[in-house]
Design a protein around this ligand. Structure first.
Ligand SMILES: NC(=O)c1ccc[n+]([C@@H]2O[C@H](COP(=O)([O-])OP(=O)(O)OC[C@H]3O[C@@H](n4cnc5c(N)ncnc54)[C@H](OP(=O)(O)O)[C@@H]3O)[C@@H](O)[C@H]2O)c1
Length: 251
């Protein structure tokens, strides 16, 4: 159960090595979170992440999870929920892809779409049903500003995030009144391994800043969180810029 500040006692991360997710887990452990499940592809990095969180005093488990294998999602998430209530599910997996390469290799573009969108549709629905069955909990979905408006420079990733964002909003509406809360998080450029080596865009931020915003959003039971918050205003203006002008912007 969450405490009065909305901090979960138990957390399930889908995409257990995500730097944003791990910053969030560290922050929540420093508050009250005691049990953490890291779901991800079985790698040394996943086990290392679990050890690091254990060192902070949490009870940490790992479970095999592959976004690209939706047939396995019921079993993977079912194992976690069968061990006890989960107060928060953080859907954090995703790949950026390589836009130029993916335009030439449609199979690679499909992999981006399947990871970020259809993988999330499957895992999101499985998680939502489990949360609804227990009668409480939050599903926090890492979307992106990239989904707000397709950009020439990364429209394959952006379109997958647009799909994910619309899905998560609809799921939030479907679960309204059930005791399950869905929160869509839209970070801008975050300095993590996903963006390593890329040129930063304005208002670049850190995994820790995203974690802080998530914690605040949980407390407020927000439906949408922008990180940094100024992006909400920037994007609401950019959304209305005519196509011909938008195309020439260095974004
Ligand atoms: N960084 C940014 O600028 C930014 C901005 C906005 C939104 N986001 C979103 O925030 C989320 C977390 O990103 P991050 O910055 O923390 O990046 P990250 O550190 O690269 O984390 C990405 C995570 O996705 C996992 N993943 C990739 N494919 C998977 C699959 N098929 N099955 C299971 N897990 C898979 C990775 O696991 P492995 O270790 O197995 O590869 C890793 O745990 C992503 O959804 C991303 O799109 C990031």
């Amino acid at each position: 159960m969450k405490d009065a500040f909305g901090t979960p006692q138990s957390l399930l991360v889908l995409g257990g090595t995500s730097q944003i997710a791990l910053a969030t887990a560290r922050r929540l452990i420093a508050r009250r979170t005691r049990t953490v499940w890291l779901a991800g592809r079985p790698t040394l990095a996943l086990e290392t992440a679990a050890s690091e969180l254990r060192a902070l005093g949490a009870d940490v488990h790992t479970v095999a999870f592959d976004a690209l294998d939706p047939d396995s999602h019921e079993t993977a998430l079912g194992k976690v929920f069968s061990e006890g209530d989960v107060d928060m599910v953080l859907l954090a997996f995703g790949i950026l892809g390589d836009q130029a390469h993916d335009e030439r290799e449609p199979a690679s573009a499909v992999r981006v779409a399947q990871t970020n969108y259809t993988g999330a549709v499957s895992a999101g629905l499985v998680a939502a049903r489990a949360l609804q069955t227990q009668g409480h909990g939050s599903l926090v979905v890492l979307s992106s500003v990239a989904g707000e408006r397709a950009r020439r420079s990364n429209f394959i990733y952006g379109s997958s995030k647009a799909g994910l964002d619309a899905f998560a909003q609809g799921l939030g509406d479907a679960l309204h009144g059930t005791g399950v809360h869905v929160m869509v998080v839209r970070p801008g450029f975050v300095r993590s391994k996903m963006t390593a080596g890329l040129e930063e865009t304005p208002l670049a931020t850190t995994p820790e800043a995203v974690a802080t915003a998530i914690e605040l959003g949980l407390r407020r039971r927000s439906q949408t969180v922008w990180v940094p918050g100024a992006l909400r205003v920037v994007m609401s203006a950019l959304r209305h810029v005519p196509r011909g002008v938008f195309r020439r912007l260095p974004v």
